[in-house]
Design a binder for this molecule. Structure first.
Ligand SMILES: Nc1ncnc2c1ncn2[C@@H]1O[C@H](COP(=O)(O)OP(=O)(O)O)[C@@H](O)[C@H]1O
Ligand SMILES: [Mg+2]
Length: 303
């Protein structure tokens, strides 16, 4: 009993007392052969991977993102992007395979990983009757941040995102979707994450707000050494913003390279005279156009 208690304490210490320096400072993210399925197996189908009642959301995905990179996961609706982001951010655990953030395994060291990451998603939840600033200060309290510092940081980030300070005092429900998305991004940055996970950060934004967000993401990498892992179904955004792109189709990575290399490969293989666009690349690899495939909807949460 005593031994068990002591072992348990040692186990707890091993997470809290893990070295301050990450074991792998140069690889921000390592996803190794990750599988995630949803739904229940029918009893007579147990152990058959093709059971129709199982959705394979992420199908043996492997990705490595070096520190400082802006990495884009490009895919149509339902291709597994948000599931992968949730697996990286410890909200879900993989059925098999592993995810490491700066060398820390998300299952063995979830609390250390949580301190190094932040996730901004389209369905960010806020208190809509409260102002943007009140929402941000509420988050700062949850993160245990000094309020005065957090307040200043929030105002600075929102100004960099092109949001006027005056708007910070209005109820959030009076703000446009684009403005609310900027508040969600500011909230994700209150803790200065080293790995920032952006799930469709510009979906539904007007062109100007899109540019503000994209400009801000670049600035983060340049000034703050932040590694950015973002999902998008916007070809243009992936092309202009990302150092490298992985194209995901039905949970599988079908290509991974720089935008220029992907376009060149498709130009050569298809015998194009002009350079291929990223749309051509997507079409060549998946047999579908991303826009035809995309129909915004809210997935039904089963877990
Ligand atoms: N919590 C869940 N329960 C059941 N199925 C889910 C759940 N989350 C996602 N899925 C399914 O997994 C697949 C991938 O979804 P998702 O990762 O949300 O895709 P994307 O973000 O690319 O639109 C879809 O078929 C979706 O319906
Ligand atoms: Mg999604």
């Amino acid at each position: 009993m005593l031994l068990r208690t002591r072992r348990k304490q040692q186990g707890q210490q091993s997470e809290a007392g893990a070295p301050q320096r990450a074991p792998d400072g140069n690889t921000a993210l390592r996803v190794e052969s990750v599988l995630k399925q949803f739904g229940k197996e029918a009893p007579h189908r147990r152990n058959t991977p093709t059971s129709p009642s199982l959705t394979v959301a992420v199908d043996h995905v492997s990705i490595e993102v070096p520190r400082g990179e802006i990495f884009g996961l490009l895919g149509a609706n339902g291709s597994g992007k948000s599931t992968l982001i949730r697996l990286i951010s410890t909200l879900l655990y993989p059925d098999s395979g592993s995810v490491q953030v700066f060398g820390y395994d998300v299952q063995q060291h979830p609390r250390i990983v949580q301190r190094m990451i932040n996730r901004v998603s389209v369905e960010a939840s806020f208190f809509k009757k409260l102002s943007a600033l009140e929402n941000l200060l509420y988050a700062a309290r949850l993160y245990d941040l000094p309020i005065a510092d957090a307040r200043q940081r929030a105002i600075t980030i929102l100004a960099q995102l092109g949001l006027n300070e005056k708007r910070l005092y209005e109820p959030l429900e009076h703000m446009s979707r684009g403005m609310q998305q900027k508040v969600a991004i500011a909230r994700g940055l209150l803790t200065a994450p080293t790995l920032l996970l952006l799930d469709e950060p510009t979906t539904g934004l007007d062109p100007r707000s899109k540019q503000d967000v994209q400009h801000f993401v670049r600035m983060l990498r340049e000034r703050h050494d932040t590694t950015v892992f973002l999902t998008t179904h916007d070809m243009d955004e992936a092309d202009r913003l990302c150092d490298r792109i992985a194209i995901i189709d039905q949970g599988r990575i079908v290509a991974l390279d720089t935008p220029a290399a992907l376009k060149q490969q498709v130009s050569i293989s298809k015998g194009f005279h002009a350079t291929a666009t990223l749309e051509d690349v997507f079409l060549a690899l998946t047999g579908r156009s991303i826009e035809n495939d995309f129909a915004p909807h809210t997935p039904v949460e089963l877990v």
